[in-house]
Ligand binder design. Structure first.
Ligand SMILES: [Cu+2]
Length: 186
């Protein structure tokens, strides 16, 4: 999920991002985004592209019909982790990008099951690189869950080392459950 967060601080790296994105054609971005979820979901999903500039608008690469939205890999970061998310997750991501509290109306589901995975902080949604205290590490392909009441997350593991589902960014308004679909080791 950290991919979204990284977008916020990409302004400094923007020239690099633009160059990297230019390497993927529109068709390649759509194909990449669709790898994030089972084909039964991504086939009819709306495919959006990341905003070209910080604070800019995401653009629609392909309109969909099933309420799901897929986004391609964010090229400025290590790994290959496109995502497909439902409406609850889309609203959560917009809240993150604007640093406002998320309004989570019901349980939300997001898929990042493309092989490849990514790297990020398990404690800081806005971290862009490793720091001694931010649990930087490998996030395997996973399904992500949002819950309306964060209290129900209490007692769940909060680190990747559990090997199974864990709560990412547990001490923040952006806490969510990560459910690995492959080994958490890399
Ligand atoms: Cu994720």
């Amino acid at each position: 999920m950290r991919r979204i967060a990284v977008l916020l601080v990409m302004a400094v790296l923007l020239p690099m991002v633009v160059r990297a994105q230019a390497q993927m054609t529109k068709e390649q971005k759509i194909a990449n985004a669709m790898k994030a979820a089972p084909a039964s979901i991504s086939a009819a999903a709306t495919i959006m592209d990341w905003a070209a500039t910080e604070g800019g608008q995401m653009t629609t690469l392909r309109a969909g019909t099933n309420g799901w939205t897929c986004l391609p890999d964010f090229p400025g970061t290590q790994g290959d982790d496109p995502m497909c998310v439902d409406e609850v997750w889309m609203s959560f991501m917009k809240a993150m990008m604007s640093k406002t509290p998320p309004q989570i109306a019901r349980e939300g589901i997001g898929y990042m099951i493309a092989s490849g995975g990514g790297y990020g902080s398990n404690t800081d949604p806005y971290a862009t690189k490793a720091a001694p205290d931010n649990e930087w590490g490998y996030d395997p392909p996973h399904v992500m869950l949002l819950v309306p009441d964060p209290k129900v997350l209490q007692g769940l593991p909060t680190t990747r080392q559990s090997g199974g589902p864990w709560v990412m960014w547990s001490a923040t308004p952006y806490a969510h459950v990560m459910v690995p679909t492959e080994s958490t080791k890399k």
